[in-house]
Write a protein that binds this ligand. Structure first.
Ligand SMILES: Cc1ncc(COP(=O)(O)O)c(C=O)c1O
Length: 427
C-alpha cells in the first residue's frame, strides 16, 4: 500500500464506480457474524438441515461417475441434463417451459446482472417495486439505471400505479427498459402479488410491450395460502424473463440459478455470460442434478416449509407481544421475511446501531429503496434462527424501540409525520 493517503488511481476509475454501492445487507454480514449476535438481518436458508447422508452420497456419486466432467469447463449455457431438471422443478410451480430457453447462471444474482447488462445503458429507466431486493438495486445502480419505485400493498405491486407510471413516461416520450418484480413472498416485503394483479401485469406487458423480469427464488417455499401461477406461465407475448435459483431450495453455497428467456434475449445473455465467467461451476451443476433427479429435493423442501412456518409464527407472536402500539408488519405466506413499519418519529437506521449494541440485528428499510424512503421500516428474517432465538431477538429489539420512544417523548420530539411504507396486519 502506498503511504500516500490519496488514491493515485482516482482519475482512472470508470464513471459507474461513483454510483456503485454496497448492499446494506452485505455490510451488515461482518457485524452479525459474531455468535452472540442474534441476526434477523441476512436472508439465510437453514442449510444446517441439509441431510448429511444425501450430501455424502451425492459427492461419492460425482467422484465415481463424473469427476472429469465436474472438474472441467462446461458449456456457457449449462448442461442439458440440468436444464431438464430445471424444467421439472418449474413444473412444480405449474410453469411448462422449453429447456432450450434455460441459461444456467452463477446464482439468480448473476441473472439480474446479465439482464441489466443486456438492456440498460446509463440513464435508462428500470421500474421496481418499492421496496425492492437490495441486491437488484446494487446491480441497477452499477449499470447507472434510473430506478423508479412503484408502490406496493399487502397484495404486492399496485398495478394501477404501474399503469399510471407508464402513461406518465409515455407523455414524456420515455419507456422503461423493464419492470423488476419478486411476485412471491417478496424480499423484503414478504408480500405476494395476487392472481388478479398478475393477470393485469401480463396483460399490460402484452399491450404496452413492457418487458417484465420475474425474480422467483422463494416460490416453492410456500407454507400457507394457495399457490398462484408464475407470470411466465401466463405470458403469451414473450415479454417475461424469469429468474430462478437453487439458493433457497438447495443451498446458496452452490451458487446456481437460471434465466428462462425468449430466444432473442437468451442469445444476448449467453454472450454477456461468456464475458463474465465463461460458464457456471460444472461441479455445482452436477450437485444440483444429483439432488433434483433423485427426487430427494422434494422431501427437503417440504421439511423447510414446515420449519419456516413455525419460525414465522414465532416471529409474528413475538412482534405482537414486544413491538409498541402503532407498529405494523406484513404476514408472509412463504419465504423468509417480515417487513415491519414503526411509528414516527422512529428511524430504523438510528435504531440499528443501538440494536447491534444489544446483540440483535435487522436490515434497515432505506437499503431497499434508491430514494431515501423506508426510514421507518425494517426487514426481519425468520429463516435462519431457532424459534427461541427469534423470540429473544424480537424481545431485545422491542426494548430498544421502546427506549427510543421514551427518549423522544421525554424530549417532546414527534418528528416528521412521513412516509410511504408497506404495512399490513400487526398491532
Ligand atoms: C429476490 C432475490 N433475488 C435474487 C437473489 C439472489 O439469489 P442467488 O443466491 O441465487 O444469487 C436473492 C437472494 O437473497 C433474492 O432474495
Amino acid at each position: 500500500m502506498s503511504k500516500n493517503r490519496l488514491d493515485k488511481h482516482e482519475g482512472r476509475y470508470a464513471a459507474r464506480t461513483y454510483v456503485m454501492r454496497s448492499s446494506a445487507i452485505r455490510e451488515l454480514m461482518s457485524l452479525t457474524a459474531r455468535p452472540e449476535v442474534i441476526s434477523l438481518a441476512g436472508g439465510m436458508p437453514a442449510t444446517e438441515c441439509f441431510p448429511h447422508e444425501v450430501f455424502d452420497k451425492i459427492n461419492v456419486h460425482i467422484g465415481a461417475r463424473d469427476m472429469a466432467l465436474s472438474l472441467q469447463y462446461g458449456p456457457t449455457e449449462g448442461f442439458d441434463f440440468v436444464k431438464n431438471d430445471i424444467a421439472a422443478v418449474m413444473l412444480e410451480e405449474g410453469a411448462v417451459i422449453d429447456p432450450a430457453h434455460v441459461l444456467i447462471t452463477t446464482g439468480a444474482q448473476q441473472g439480474i446482472d446479465l439482464i441489466t447488462k443486456t438492456f440498460v445503458d446509463p440513464g435508462d429507466i428500470v421500474l421496481a417495486e418499492g421496496p425492492s431486493y437490495a441486491g437488484a438495486l446494487t446491480t441497477f445502480s452499477t449499470y447507472q439505471a434510473d430506478v423508479h419505485h412503484l408502490p406496493m400493498d399487502s397484495d404486492g405491486l399496485i398495478v394501477d400505479a404501474l399503469e399510471k407510471e407508464l402513461d406518465e413516461l409515455e407523455v414524456e416520450g420515455r419507456r422503461p427498459k423493464f419492470l423488476y418484480v419478486v411476485p412471491n413472498f417478496s424480499n423484503p416485503a414478504g408480500t405476494t402479488l395476487s392472481l388478479e394483479r398478475r393477470k393485469r401485469v401480463v396483460e399490460l406487458a402484452a399491450e404496452r410491450e413492457l418487458l417484465v423480469v420475474e425474480d422467483n427464488p422463494y416460490g416453492l417455499l410456500r407454507f400457507a395460502g394457495e399457490p398462484v401461477p408464475t407470470l411466465l406461465s401466463m405470458d403469451t407475448s414473450d415479454n417475461i424473463v424469469y429468474l430462478g435459483s437453487f439458493s433457497k431450495i438447495i443451498s446458496p453455497g452452490i451458487r446456481t440459478g437460471y434465466i428462462v428467456a425468449p430466444p432473442a434475449i437468451y442469445q444476448k445473455t449467453v454472450f454477456g455470460k461468456q464475458a463474465t465467467d465463461l460458464c457456471s461451476s460444472p461441479l455445482s451443476q452436477l450437485f444440483v442434478h444429483e439432488f433434483i433427479s433423485s427426487g430427494a429435493w422434494k422431501d427437503y423442501v417440504l421439511r423447510q416449509r414446515v420449519l419456516y412456518l413455525s419460525r414465522r409464527d414465532a416471529m409474528l407472536a413475538a412482534l405482537e407481544e414486544e413491538f409498541p402500539p402503532g407498529s405494523t408488519w406484513t404476514v408472509p405466506d412463504g419465504g423468509f421475511f417480515v417487513w415491519a413499519t414503526l411509528p414516527a418519529p422512529l428511524h430504523t437506521g438510528d435504531l440499528l446501531v443501538k440494536a447491534i449494541e444489544e446483540n440483535v440485528a435487522f436490515v434497515a428499510g432505506a437499503g431497499f429503496y434508491v430514494d431515501g424512503r423506508g426510514t421507518r421500516n425494517m426487514r426481519l428474517s425468520f429463516s435462519g434462527q431457532s424459534e427461541e432465538r427469534i423470540r429473544e431477538g424480537i424481545r431485545r429489539l422491542g426494548a430498544v424501540i421502546r427506549d427510543q420512544l421514551e427518549l423522544f417523548e421525554a424530549l417532546g420530539f414527534t418528528g416528521p409525520a412521513d412516509e410511504t411504507h408497506t404495512g399490513t396486519g400487526g398491532s
